[in-house]
Design a protein around this ligand. Structure first.
Ligand SMILES: NC(=O)c1ccc[n+]([C@@H]2O[C@H](COP(=O)([O-])OP(=O)(O)OC[C@H]3O[C@@H](n4cnc5c(N)ncnc54)[C@H](OP(=O)(O)O)[C@@H]3O)[C@@H](O)[C@H]2O)c1
Length: 259
């Protein structure tokens, strides 16, 4: 179980304006809540709000799978906030193709790239003028996936999109460092969320095992809680990480067999 012994510093993000994609549920909702708890003003988006969507954030309904959708959302978010200091690209989705790579239709490859990779590129492009205007101290955190490092054939399209996100993030970090804007990536392992549980259920059905078997064997003894990822975002978005850029931080309970 996630231990909640310490309270966040409620002033760490005071005066900061944050934009988080996919904050309606799961990891995104936890990130929004963690930034709010630190004193930030937060705008988020998804196609639909849920009971999990933090009420203290401004929710802008939208679909960021297209350039037009990103432009509509980012314009509305900047109108609401008057600028931006922290950007978290978290929205993503995928469907496992148990039949393997050749069973992934062309259209789904394009969808996977649009939502899981290009939406972050487009959001960042749209927000960069405002980030630059805010001056040194801006932060972009892109949420990637262990699937970029240990890609499974049924999720090859999603893994490839996230691997592209990693490479792009590193390049963006180099480009923006002289402006004092940091860019980092988080690589979550198996975190219990509605979206990921649905994908893991497909794997469990294919293997004829219970859902819990797909998240067993994490060295630190449990699957991830969305707040595990939110804490990593809070660190990377804060001045505590002021000398940290271009990194990919793996947050996985020790599970991914990579160095
Ligand atoms: N959970 C894990 O085990 C795990 C592991 C590795 C990486 N990750 C990464 O962590 C991030 C969050 O994952 P999660 O597990 O929290 O997923 P989730 O429960 O499915 O939540 C995804 C969020 O993205 C939004 N979204 C999806 N499509 C969208 C679209 N076209 N436009 C706008 N918003 C959209 C969803 O809302 P709507 O559907 O209403 O639009 C929701 O708010 C993702 O980047 C994922 O790749 C998760």
């Amino acid at each position: 179980m996630f231990r909640t012994g310490t309270s966040p510093d409620a002033t760490e993000f005071a005066g900061k304006r944050a934009i988080v994609t996919g904050g309606s549920r799961g990891i995104g909702a936890a990130i929004v809540q963690r930034l709010l708890d630190g004193g930030a003003t937060v705008v988020t988006t998804a196609r639909n709000a849920t009971d999990e969507t933090p009420k203290a954030a401004t929710f802008i309904r939208g679909d960021i799978r297209t350039l037009a959708g990103v432009q509509a959302f980012t314009a509305a978010a900047l109108d609401e906030l008057g600028g931006v200091d922290i950007v978290v690209n978290n929205a993503a989705a995928a469907r496992a193709h148990i039949g393997g790579i050749s069973s992934i239709p062309d259209e789904e490859w394009l969808d996977a790239l649009d939502l899981n990779y290009l939406s972050a590129v487009r959001v960042n492009n749209a927000l960069l003028p405002a980030l630059r205007e805010a001056g040194p101290g801006g932060v972009i955190v892109n949420i990637s996936s262990g699937a970029a490092l240990t890609p499974a054939p049924p999720l090859a399209h999603y893994g490839a999109a996230k691997a592209a996100l990693n490479a792009y993030s590193k390049a963006l970090a180099s480009e923006l460092a002289p402006a004092g804007i940091r860019v980092t990536t988080i690589i979550p392992g198996n975190v219990l969320t509605p979206g990921a549980d649905a994908i893991r259920q497909d794997f469990a059905d294919a293997m004829d095992v219970p859902l819990a078997a797909t998240t067993a064997g994490v060295p630190l003894g449990r699957p991830g809680d969305p707040r595990d990822i939110a804490e990593a975002v809070a660190y990377l978005a804060s001045d505590r990480a002021q000398w940290v850029t271009g990194v990919s931080l793996t947050v996985d309970g020790g599970e991914l067999p990579v160095v």
